[in-house]
Design a protein around this ligand. Structure first.
Ligand SMILES: Nc1ncnc2c1ncn2[C@@H]1O[C@H](COP(=O)(O)OP(=O)(O)O)[C@@H](O)[C@H]1O
Ligand SMILES: [Mg+2]
Length: 240
């Protein structure tokens, strides 16, 4: 399908063109990404699937500007991120995108509310509006009664929802989630996926979830399958 074929064509957010990445260990090379092409649009829950070791995390970090590809380009809003100055790259990472990892990486000495506020504080907003937003995000994620709890006082599912609230704090356009359900039981994994679905539908954010779990891969609007360093299949799933 060409761009423009669809009347309510969602906005193209990010394009990856011919991304390659090789890791070296001793005198052997591992070509993890061999020319990856992918496009992400707003209001989409997209899945990056592939077996363990297929390069999903590597690709996510490259798309998020945390790692550099050996060749290829990433365009965000049609602008190549490799031309960004360091401060612009910092603001891309702090304002435009959010990350959720398998491990929540919450700061243990800060409460849920303080952890969610952290990205706003990093970008210099620590006002009442930021506080209200952090509380409202925690409320949306059914965590209002947990805002003053420390990470070790929260269940795994709750910790991960705090991490999602933190990723949302600066209203990013795109969220990368790397095996976000990896440490959750099935019930909490489904709760988290449904939550991602709702966030996409309510806010228009795009979420790209890397997972090796085939069942979760069925819950997205679109699946990119990574195999042997390339996207071998991308399918649009019908939505009811
Ligand atoms: N920094 C690194 N140095 C060397 N090899 C790496 C590095 N990061 C990842 N790899 C290797 O690249 C391959 C893909 O890793 P990864 O992107 O983590 O895959 P996935 O997330 O799909 O499990 C694996 O074989 C992994 O061991
Ligand atoms: Mg991984």
């Amino acid at each position: 399908m060409n761009k423009g074929d669809c009347l309510n064509d969602p906005k193209l957010l990010l394009e990856a063109e011919n991304i390659t990445k090789r890791f070296r260990s001793g005198d052997t090379y591992l070509d993890v990404l061999k020319g990856v092409n992918l496009e992400l649009e707003s209001s989409r829950l997209a899945i990056l699937s592939g077996p363990s070791g297929s390069g999903k995390s590597t690709l996510l970090y490259i798309l998020g500007g945390l790692e550099k590809p050996d060749s290829g380009r990433i365009l965000f809003d049609s602008e190549p991120i490799d031309t960004f100055t360091n401060s612009r790259l910092d603001s891309y990472r702090n304002q435009k995108i959010g990350f959720v990892f398998q491990m929540h990486y919450l700061l243990p000495d800060f409460t849920a509310l303080e952890n969610v506020l952290m990205p706003a504080m990093i970008s210099g907003q620590s006002d009442q509006a930021a506080l209200e937003r952090a509380k409202s995000l925690l409320a949306q994620l059914s965590l209002l009664e947990r805002i003053n709890h420390y990470p070790n006082q929260l269940s795994g599912g709750e910790q991960q929802r705090v991490a999602v609230a933190r990723a949302l704090m600066n209203s990013p356009r795109l969220i990368f989630a790397d095996e976000p359900t990896g440490n959750l039981d099935r019930e909490n994994a489904i709760i988290l996926l449904k939550l991602f679905r709702k966030l996409v539908d309510d806010t228009g954010v795009c979420i790209l979830i890397a997972t090796h779990d085939p069942e979760l891969a069925e819950m997205g609007d679109k699946t990119f399958r990574l195999h042997d360093g390339k996207i071998v299949g991308s399918k649009n799933l019908a939505r009811g």
